[in-house]
Ligand binder design. Structure first.
Ligand code: HMG
Ligand code: MG
Length: 300
C-alpha cells in the first residue's frame, strides 16, 4: 500500500475567500506561516482573481511574495486567466492552479465564460507555464452536483478532467463544490475519471455541507487516490455556490488518515496553533470534530 498522502491545504484560499469580512494582509500572512510550521507540503496561498469578484483574495500575489518559502513546500496561486497568471509569475510563483467546471451554469457564474472558453483561455497559460517551468494544477468544479443544474454526468467530468490533463495539468483536483456527494456517487465519478486518468494524479476536493466528506475520502482511498484538499477548521466555500459550506476540515482528515495507517507528515500541535489562530481571528468555532474532542480531553 502507498501509505504516504499529500494534503493540499487550501484554507488560505478556499477557506478565506468566502468570509464576509476581509481578513487583514498580516493576518493572512501569519496564518500561512503557521501552516508552513505545521508541516504541510502543499499550500494554496490565495488567488489572483478579480478583486471585484472576490475582494477577500485581493493582494494574493503580494502575499506570495511576502511569505517565507522553504524549498520543501509547494506554494501555489489560483488563477482564472492570463491576467492572473501574469500577476503570479511576477512574484516568482512556481505553481499555479487553473479552474473550470463540469457545469456550464457554474462556469458562467464563477468565471463569466463557458467551459470551452475557459479551456481556450488556459491554452496560452499552459504554453507560458511550460516556458517558465511552472507547474499547473487543474480544478474541475461541480463534479457531482451543481447548485444551478443539479446532478452532473460523471462522463462529462471525466472528459473535462482529461482535457485539462492532456493540455498540461500535472494533477487534477475533482471539486465537490457543494458537498452533496455520498460515497456511491463518488464511486461512479471515480469509475469514469480513473478510466482516463492515473489515480496518482487525481485529488479529492470535498466540501462538507452534508457531513459526507470523510466518507467520500474513504471511498476515494479505496480507489487509490492519495491526494486530498482540505481546509483548516473546515473553513471555506465558494462565493458563487450558495448554500455550500466549507471544505472538509484538515484536522479531521489528518486524524482519519493517521488512524488508517497513512502518513501525512503533519505536526498536530503546530497544526492546532494554526487552527486556533485563524478561528480566533475570525471569531469562529472550529468545525473539526477532532479539535473539539482533543481540546475537551486536554482540558479535562
Ligand atoms: P470578467 O468581468 O469577465 O473579466 O471576469 P474581464 O476580463 O472582462 O475584465 C473585467 C475587469 O476585471 C477588468 O478591470 C480586468 O482588469 C479585471 P477593469 O478594467 O474593469 O478595471 N480582471 C482582473 N483583475 C485582477 N485579476 C484578474 C483579472 N481578470 C480580469 N485575474 C474573471 C472574469 C475570471 C476575472 C472573474 O469572473 C473572476 O475573477 N472570477 C473568480 C471567481 C472566484 O474566484 N471563485 C472562487 C474560486 S473557484 C472555487 O472556489 C472552486 C474550487 O475551490 C473547487 C471547488 O470547490 O469546486 C477551486
Ligand atoms: Mg472549493
Amino acid at each position: 500500500m502507498n501509505d504516504s498522502i499529500k494534503i493540499v491545504e487550501v484554507g488560505a484560499r478556499d477557506g478565506l475567500q468566502n468570509e464576509k469580512s476581509v481578513i487583514q494582509f498580516n493576518q493572512r500572512l501569519e496564518f500561512l506561516n503557521l501552516l508552513v510550521r505545521s508541516g504541510f507540503k502543499a499550500i494554496e496561498v490565495g488567488s489572483c482573481v478579480s478583486p471585484r469578484w472576490v475582494p477577500q483574495m485581493d493582494r494574493s500575489a503580494d502575499l506570495y511574495a511576502a511569505l517565507e518559502k522553504p524549498e520543501q513546500v509547494d506554494f501555489s496561486l489560483l488563477v482564472p486567466n492570463m491576467q492572473g497568471f501574469e500577476a503570479a509569475i511576477q512574484v516568482g510563483c512556481k505553481e499555479i492552479a487553473i479552474f473550470t467546471a463540469a457545469s456550464e451554469s457554474f462556469a458562467q457564474k464563477n468565471i463569466n465564460c463557458s467551459i470551452q472558453q475557459s479551456i481556450q483561455r488556459f491554452e496560452p497559460i499552459f504554453e507560458m507555464a511550460k516556458h517558465h517551468e511552472i507547474k499547473v494544477r487543474g480544478y474541475v468544479s461541480c463534479v457531482v452536483d451543481c447548485p444551478y443544474e443539479g446532478a452532473i454526468a460523471p462522463q462529462k467530468v471525466a472528459s473535462i478532467a482529461k482535457q485539462l490533463f492532456d493540455s498540461g495539468c500535472y494533477e487534477i483536483s475533482l471539486g465537490e463544490t457543494i458537498g452533496t456527494a455520498s460515497p456511491i456517487r463518488v464511486r461512479k465519478l471515480l469509475q469514469h475519471c480513473l478510466d482516463v486518468l492515473p489515480a496518482g494524479r487525481v485529488a479529492g476536493h470535498f466540501h462538507d455541507t452534508y457531513g459526507m466528506a470523510l466518507a467520500n475520502i474513504s471511498e476515494s482511498l479505496n480507489w487509490g487516490l492519495r491526494i486530498f484538499d482540505s481546509s483548516i477548521a473546515g473553513l471555506g466555500g465558494c462565493p458563487y455556490a450558495k448554500g455550500a459550506s466549507g471544505n472538509v476540515s484538515t484536522e479531521d482528515v489528518v486524524y482519519l488518515l493517521e488512524q488508517s495507517g497513512f502518513k501525512t507528515g503533519i505536526d498536530i500541535s503546530e497544526m492546532l496553533k494554526a487552527s486556533n489562530y485563524i478561528t480566533s481571528v475570525l471569531q469562529r468555532d472550529n468545525k473539526s470534530h477532532f479539535v473539539k474532542a482533543y481540546t475537551a480531553k486536554m482540558l479535562s
